[in-house]
Design a protein around this ligand. Structure first.
Ligand code: CP
Ligand code: NVA
Length: 301
């Protein structure tokens, strides 16, 4: 049984396998249409979602299984009536797979440690590995390769998407530059791990506080106001992040990626979002194909 909680745990080979399978599934979806007959996935959500929720649910349906959305607000767990450990044990008796979007990453680990079924991280405050697999799939689809490319990320360095992206890039040999304010650097443990992975793969990981345009293949950004950030922080954060906004000048000839949802006019200008260089909707579509790949990997199918 394999859990899918963070890309730190996966080898380069496993990551590439997930990416390549996503690409195959996109080309031949019919081949996978009965793979998950009689399989049920529970979807545990503590935060909002459009892409992850819908793509996982559609992925299960299109492969012949079913998905059950469960809003954690209505759970005995959230009401303080049941422990997370007991919750995991009970779910394991009904379902084949659990996908969970929670605040604290440690909650996912508790779920995984007490569950007899695979647990997929649908986003925690610190990691978003499903997004990173979909992103690598999109990059491979556009450039026909991964190794040796350069990705420049601008904005919140201390985010789930950034953390998983630096894991992903450093494991597959993409050079990654993160331009972020010094108050919002990636967490030390992610930097340390990724430096090690990048060394093993002959790629670079560079973190700088002064935003500048570089000759990148891909420019990437994420919201400045992640789901877990208190809305009262908005004015303060906008002031700090403003110099990191992706605009036409920063983009240059690179392709533009964003995990979405985007706040137009904040982390990215509308003209970049809508430009011919923007691949954000292909990227969003690939969440579906890569979700299938991740589900099949967890169920060893
Ligand atoms: N990119 C992503 O995970 O989007 P959602 O929050 O809509 O699921
Ligand atoms: N960093 C963002 C990603 C959303 C998909 C957040 O956590 O809200």
């Amino acid at each position: 049984m394999k859990h899918f909680l963070t890309l730190r745990d996966l080898t380069e080979k496993e990551i590439l396998k997930l990416v390549n399978k996503g690409l195959r599934i996109k080309k031949h979806p019919g081949f996978y249409s009965k793979k998950l007959k009689n399989k049920t996935m529970l979807m545990f959500f503590e935060k909002p979602s459009l892409r992850t929720r819908v793509s996982f649910e559609v992925a299960m349906n299109q492969m012949g299984g079913s998905a059950l959305y469960y809003d954690l607000l209505g759970s005995p767990l959230t009401k303080g009536k049941e422990t997370i450990e007991d919750t995991a044990r009970v779910i394991s008796r009904y379902c084949d797979l659990l996908t969970a979007r929670v605040y604290e990453h440690e909650e996912l680990e508790k779920l995984a440690n007490n569950s007899d079924i695979p647990v997929i991280n649908a986003l925690s405050n610190s990691n978003h590995p499903c997004q990173a697999i979909g992103d690598l799939m999109t990059i491979k689809e556009k450039f026909k390769k991964l190794k040796g490319l350069t990705l420049a990320y601008y904005g919140d360095g201390d985010g789930n998407v950034t953390h998983s992206l630096i894991h992903a890039c450093s494991k597959v040999g993409i050079n990654i530059y993160v331009f972020c304010p010094k108050q919002f650097m990636p967490k030390e443990s992610f930097i340390k791990d990724s430096i090690k992975f990048a060394k093993e793969n002959n790629s670079k990981i560079v973190i700088e506080n002064k935003p500048r345009k570089i000759d990148a293949d891909i420019v990437y950004t994420d919201t400045w106001m992640s789901y877990h950030i208190n809305p009262r922080e908005k004015n303060k954060r906008v002031k700090i992040f403003k110099p990191y906004q992706v605009n036409k000048n920063i983009l240059g000839n690179a392709l533009f990626m964003h995990c979405l949802p985007a706040q137009r006019g904040y982390e990215v200008t509308s003209d970049v979002m809508d430009s011919s260089k923007s691949i954000i909707f292909d990227q969003a579509e690939n969440r579906l194909h890569s979700a299938k790949s991740i589900i099949l990997w967890c169920l060893k199918n």
